[in-house]
Design a protein around this ligand. Structure first.
Ligand code: GLV
Ligand code: GLV
Length: 330
């Protein structure tokens, strides 16, 4: 039997790549930038498996051009770039990388929260640019963290991990908004589930941890920023399109809220002339929440295990669409 063929759409850590190479013929896209859509389509045409990134769009047209494709292993926990229904309809398995990036992502949420609350963006820029003239009693005044109220929007694995850090570290009171109750967060952190609008009104820090789907797209807009405290700090480590960025920029410029920390934007990369970069109270990093050596290695292993299970016909270790099990492509 010939070895399965797998297209890997960007270089991932060797721990994953070598595991795939041991069992499959790998076609690796070597560039820093993603393969253009038509190139991706051409490269997967005769593949059994695909390792995709969140910058690759996986849709029905792509799947129809790849009749042998059995598995899409997304190197990310989020999978809004994958049309999962189209995959399921065609018997194609989808895998993602949950769990292994929870701590790293929660760490960046806390980092951005602290940085935005304590004017680290403006402070580092001013220090470097000769605007640090003396010790200023009224300069770079931020917000205190201890004992304040944290609002977690989406109390899943990552939201819970961020809340743990801020509750145990800074004694924050935790509110959360979610379609589901999280009994562990309520028990361990005394977290209270509240309506989204109440969370916005009562929280000193609002951190987004929901997945992107048609119901969450644009959920943070002008009306939501207007409900937040003028001292509020908004953090987004989930997906850029959750936020109406024009409304966020207006809220930051006009003092509707105090500051924001963003790991994700829309689009990515955010063009360098975007107004959010010009705001001293907006801290932006380039979608790096899972970017630690250990986490990216763990993601690569999990991603490899998913694609290997997919080409072999085994259950995927972390399976987005297990409902496809009884109609998988042979
Ligand atoms: C990164 O954003 C991911 O979804 O893993
Ligand atoms: C600040 O540097 C202080 O000593 O209060």
């Amino acid at each position: 039997m010939s070895r399965p063929k797998v297209f890997v759409s960007r270089r991932i850590p060797d721990e994953g790549l070598n595991a795939i190479r041991a069992a499959c013929d790998v076609d690796l896209w070597p560039d820093q930038l993603p393969p253009p859509a038509d190139e991706l389509k051409r490269r997967v045409a005769d593949c059994d498996g695909l390792v995709s990134l969140l910058t690759d769009r996986i849709d029905g047209a792509l799947l129809d051009a790849a009749p042998k494709l059995k598995v899409v292993s997304n190197y990310a926990v989020g999978f809004n770039n994958v049309d999962v229904a189209a995959c399921t309809a065609r018997g194609v398995c989808v895998g993602n990388t949950p769990g292994v990036l929870t701590d790293a992502t929660a760490d960046i949420a806390v980092t951005l929260l602290l940085a935005a609350a304590r004017c680290i963006g403006a402070g580092t820029a001013d220090a470097k640019n000769g605007k640090w003239l003396t010790w200023e009693p009224l300069g770079w005044l931020g917000q205190d963290l201890a004992g304040r109220t944290l609002g977690i929007v989406g109390m899943g694995r990552i939201g819970f991990a961020a809340a743990k850090r801020l509750h145990h570290g800074w004694g924050m009171k935790v509110l959360y908004a979610d379609q589901f109750a999280n009994a562990a967060a309520e028990k361990e952190l005394g977290a209270q589930r509240v309506a989204f609008d109440d969370l916005l009104a009562q929280s000193d820090f609002v951190s987004a941890h929901v997945d992107l789907n048609p119901t969450t797209k644009g959920m943070f807009g002008a009306a939501q920023f207007a409900k937040m405290k003028r001292t509020a700090v908004f953090v987004n480590t989930a997906r850029g399109p959750l936020v109406d960025q024009t409304a966020l920029a207006a809220a930051l410029r006009g003092g509707t809220i105090f500051a924001a920390g963003l790991d994700v934007t829309d689009p990515e990369p955010l063009p360098t002339d975007h107004e959010l970069y010009a705001l001293p109270n907006c801290v932006i990093v380039p979608h790096i929440a899972s970017a630690t050596v250990g986490t990216r290695n763990a993601m690569a292993r999990l991603c490899a295990n998913n694609v290997l299970a997919g080409v072999k016909g085994d259950p995927l270790p972390t399976w987005v669409n297990p409902e496809v099990a009884d109609k998988r492509r042979a």
